[in-house]
Design a binder for this molecule. Structure first.
Ligand code: IPT
Length: 959
């Protein structure tokens, strides 16, 4: 005999999308109909299973006085100081046994209760109805109003509405919502992010007056050959559509064509209009634009566009996916200020207000459906819901809820079926339905490389070489795919330090028409603010399965501070190219916008000598049309550098305030060296003088036994030696599924983090102190024969390091240089002439030469999981604590209050505590960064190959 005691919760494991909700419809931000926000504090009771409590709490008169409270919108696991369970991060693995549609018995269930009164001015019962709207609940909810059950639904990041008019009372309405963390829907929501149950988007009661608007579809196209826009608003409820700015006043369903300014991400022209039905006035914001697949290209308004995009998850370090509008605006402003023009809403439709902002400020959007079944990859995609007809209604429901909600946004140019869901009939059904419902946009899905259902060939993390091949049309593939444009819906994995190599991708994108750009993975680190750990990531809440800090892979830190990766990306995708062409005093300016000219920019020009600007000039640049270039003569002759570097810098700045950036905001820049410095020479005129324990040479003393400097120019120096180790970055370590070129792993295996320094000789000659050593890891034949040669002219001290690899080196070096310690209080800041901001060989596009004065702490980039960071490129000289260091050639500079080894073992930022030594690295070379935490490693040209090398530094006292 078998029986179940839980009949009342069968819906949780039902593959259907739900019961009782109204059909999906267009979403609009406001209208003259009344609405009541039900956000705020709700009574809350958490149960361990779906059926632990009966539904009596939903009845009127229930006393929930003893319950806890939570804030709606919110996730209960992020509230109550741990009393309500904790977040789980698994990446693509389901955190429960894969037996669809079944979910665990242990199914955290949150009963939410809210009692509300209608405002005094709420219309009377007989004036139409009312609708209760949930904008997002994870993952399954059952709803009651005043004791009457309204229904239940799944589809976490999609809206659900219920008709409630007949149930409302003027006062004391009881709204009860039972939310289950796990449901059949969870199988469709296996996105790489935290599992966060709760009512995490708004709950709103909407009055629906008699004759109010139903669903409506704003069709607003643009004909670039005539400059005219065509508007037609199809509406379930008849009415009129007016656009005063265009003298439009037509009936719904009626088409009108007038001259308009088109909408684009660069020129987000919106016309205010209104849809007026018998019972409601709905403000419209209309953008005219036409999206088409033409000549194998994605064209908007007749022009092929280039996506300079990013994947955006919704994230806030304290609120999780419950974002307020100001946070959304911050994202959009940051994107616009960093030259991004596109967002993929990975991997679900965002809060609708985000799309309003994209319309307003101008961003191309790939709106992605709330669908991912990635965990089925573990079983060869067997039982994948997207290839099982029983699930198709749920998939179609999700597609419809996205398209109907978001169809009136001009910013949305592509619909995406979802992410990482394999292939199957359900996806085809979604694509067919979307194509049929909205022929004005294209359909995207990455998971099917044959592009059976899609209008664009999309891939993720393809190598430079493969992208180039695709660009040349040499990628083979099925017939249909050959005709399609290509995008990388994910590339440049921004986990930790990186991504590297994005400038190289951009060059390839720009070289081939078929390549229409890409979307960096991803926008923000999903770190959770944590009292002891700073920011928590996978495993920090005791999850039995987790993927560590793979959830922290954004271009901005959890607190939305831009990481160096975003600064690099801004430079790589800048819409104006400013390049020198040698010594003849001209600069080449190219307009890399798709639509706009350069009239909104002003150009500023200056020379700098030894990194110090010699005065600013304006540069007259013609208002070039997209794609055009001009050679512009520099308005002044270069100053004489007298042996110092001379560069020019040209900056393109906003000429006026815009919606997203103030006048003077830097959009693009270019820099070129006109004449290089002559490196400092030191005559080796001094003889090292041996003492009992110390050797003196010019301004330095050395330990006689080890040959190591103990003081240089009066500063105590410790531990100076060759250094090849860096605290491996996430991109060095690579993802576990990557091939055998994960150098972070190979370096550690070889022992480069535990190099032994054997002293072979300390030699005193008339003109030099020479220290010979061999630097090598235990158990290996490879080593680096190292010679430190010290000379001095009496005031200055020169160190020349020669390194000769021995044995058979099969890996590049992480870094190559010297490191040493200074007393912790020796310096609080460093003045240097070199590249500003963090840079590595393949992340140095944004490194602008100049004199910079960062504090020591500002030289540390706070990656959520500590790792190598903060190097400054092309440093000619640096001064700190009264010590001046000049390099020949230029060097990489880092300073930190802990050792590389301490950095290497730290798991969280809070593990790093300043010690009594300030550690300086002067590097001749650094290995590239690449993107191997989820993509290809560094390109060969960024390898730091072990080969015979010599470099030198000159130490002196600052003047
Ligand atoms: C790819 C996913 O689409 C994305 O959600 C995220 O997990 C990203 O990788 C890595 O951070 S899937 C990957 C296996 C290529």
């Amino acid at each position: 005999m078998s029986f179940r005691t839980t009949a009342s919760v069968d819906y949780v494991e039902d593959v259907s999308p739900g019961r009782g909700a109204l059909p999906p419809r267009a979403r609009y931000a406001s209208s003259d109909a009344k609405s009541l926000s039900l956000n705020g504090s709700w009574r809350f009771r958490l149960s361990a299973t779906a059926d632990a409590e009966d539904d009596s709490f939903a009845g009127e008169g229930y006393d929930a006085g003893g319950w806890a409270e939570v804030t709606v919108p919110g996730h209960w696991v992020l509230q109550g100081d741990g009393a309500f369970g904790s977040p789980i991060y698994t990446n693509h693995l389901y955190p429960f046994p894969v037996d669809p549609p079944h979910v665990p018995t242990e199914n955290p269930t949150g009963d939410h209760l809210r009692v509300f009164d209608l405002p005094d001015d709420w219309p009377a019962q007989d004036d139409g109805g009312a609708v209760l709207r949930f904008d997002g609940v994870e993952s399954c909810a059952r709803v009651w109003l005043n004791g009457t059950e309204l229904g239940e639904f799944k589809g976490s990041r999609l809206p659900h509405e219920f008709a409630v008019g007949q149930l409302l009372k003027p006062a004391g309405n009881v709204l009860a919502v039972r939310v289950h963390q796990w449901s059949a829907g969870s199988y469709l929501e296996d996105q790489d992010q935290w599992w966060l149950p709760g009512i995490f988007r708004d709950v709103t009661l909407l009055h629906r007056p008699a004759g109010s608007a139903g669903d409506f579809f704003v069709h607003a196209s643009y004909d670039h050959t005539t400059g005219e826009g065509t508007l037609r608003v199809d509406s379930d409820v008849d009415g009129r559509v007016s656009v005063p700015g265009l003298d439009i006043d037509v009936a719904t369903g009626e088409q009108v064509t007038v001259a308009v300014d088109p909408w684009s991400a660069e020129t987000p022209k919106l016309y205010d209009g209104e849809l007026v039905t018998a019972g409601e006035r709905v403000p419209l914001r209309i953008g005219f634009r036409t999206v088409a697949l033409e000549d194998g290209l994605i064209k908007v308004n007749g022009k092929a566009i280039l996506f300079k995009g990013v994947n955006r998850h919704e994230w806030h370090p304290e609120q999780g996916r419950a974002l307020d509008v100001e946070t959304m605006r911050e994202d959009v402003l940051l994107m616009k200020r960093h030259n991004l023009n596109a967002v993929r809403t990975s991997h679900y439709p965002p809060h609708p207000a985000f799309l309003d902002l994209c319309d307003e400020y101008g961003l191309w959007v790939i709106d992605e459906c709330d669908l991912e079944t990635h965990g089925f990859t573990e079983q060869g995609w067997r039982d994948n819901p997207v290839d099982d007809d029983r699930w198709t209604p749920a998939l179609l429901d999700r597609a419809a809820r996205m398209v109907e909600r978001d169809k009136n946004h001009p910013s949305v140019v592509l619909w995406s079926l979802g992410n990482e869901a394999g292939t199957g009939r359900g996806l085809t059904a979604m694509a067919e339905w979307i194509h049929g419902r909205d022929s004005s946009r294209l359909v995207h899905y990455e998971g099917d490389w044959n592009c059976r259902d899609t209008d664009v060939y999309s891939r993720m993390y393809a190598s430079h070489e493969e992208v180039e091949r695709i660009g040349r049309g040499l990628d083979g593939g099925a017939g249909k795919r050959r005709e399609l444009p290509f995008i990388q819906c994910e590339y440049g994995h921004a986990m930790g330090n990186g991504p590297g190599g994005i400038a190289d991708y951009q060059r390839i994108f720009e070289a081939h028409d078929r390549l229409q750009g890409g979307f960096i993975w991803e926008w923000i680190d999903h770190g959770i603010k944590h009292p002891e750990l700073g920011y928590a990531y996978g495993g920090d809440f005791g999850e039995e399965l987790h993927d560590g800090n793979f959830v922290c892979d954004g271009l901005i830190f959890p607190d939305r501070t831009p990481s160096p990766g975003l600064v690099e990306y801004k430079k790589v995708i800048e819409p104006v190219r400013i390049e020198g062409d040698g010594a003849d005093g001209t600069v080449r300016v190219t307009n890399a916008y798709d639509f706009g000219d350069l009239s909104h920019l002003e150009f500023e020009f200056s020379y700098q000598v030894d990194g110090l600007p010699t005065g600013a000039h304006t540069l007259a640049v013609p208002p070039l049309a997209p794609g055009e270039s001009a050679e512009v003569k520099l308005p002044a002759a270069a100053p004489d550098g007298n042996g110092d570097d001379v560069q020019w810098t040209v900056r393109a700045l906003l000429a006026e305030d815009t919606a997203w950036g103030p006048k003077g905001h830097e959009v693009a820049w270019g820099q070129e060296t006109v004449s290089p410095r002559t490196a400092v020479t030191v005559a080796a005129s001094q003889r090292p003088v041996p003492g009992e324990r110390l050797i003196t040479l010019g301004p330095a003393t050395f330990d006689a036994r080890s040959g190591r400097p103990t003081t240089i120019c009066g500063l105590d120096v410790t531990g100076l030696r060759l250094d090849v180790w860096r605290a491996t970055t996430d991109n060095d370590d690579g993802a576990s599924w990557q091939d055998d070129t994960r150098y972070g792993v190979l370096w550690r295996k070889l022992g480069l983090h535990r190099m032994q320094h054997r002293l072979d000789a300390v030699e005193l000659a008339d003109d030099a102190l020479t220290v010979r050593a061999r630097v090598a890891p235990a158990a290996a034949e490879v080593g680096l024969r190292t010679v430190y040669r010290w000379t001095s002219d009496g005031t200055r001290l020169k160190l020349t390091v020669s390194v000769t690899p021995e044995g058979h080196w099969t890996v590049p070096l992480p870094r190559l240089g010297v490191r040493f310690g200074l007393p912790a209080d020796a310096a609080q800041e460093v003045l240097y002439f070199g590249g500003g901001g963090e840079a590595y060989p393949d992340t140095r596009a944004a490194s602008m030469l100049g004199q910079w004065l960062p504090g020591i702490d500002a030289l540390h980039t706070p990656y959520v999981r500590p790792q190598e960071n903060g190097a400054r490129a092309d440093v000619r000289w640096a001064e700190l604590g009264g010590l001046r260091i000049e390099g020949d050639p230029e060097f990489w500079f880092s300073a930190r209050r802990w050792t590389n080894e301490q950095l290497d073992t730290a798991r969280h930022l809070t593990d790093l505590t300043p010690g009594d030594t300030l550690w300086i690295n002067l590097d001749h070379g650094q290995h590239g960064i690449g993107s191997q935490s989820c993509g290809p490693g560094p390109l060969p040209q960024y390898f730091l190959t072990a080969e015979p090398t010599e470099f030198s530094f000159v130490f002196s006292t600052t003047e």
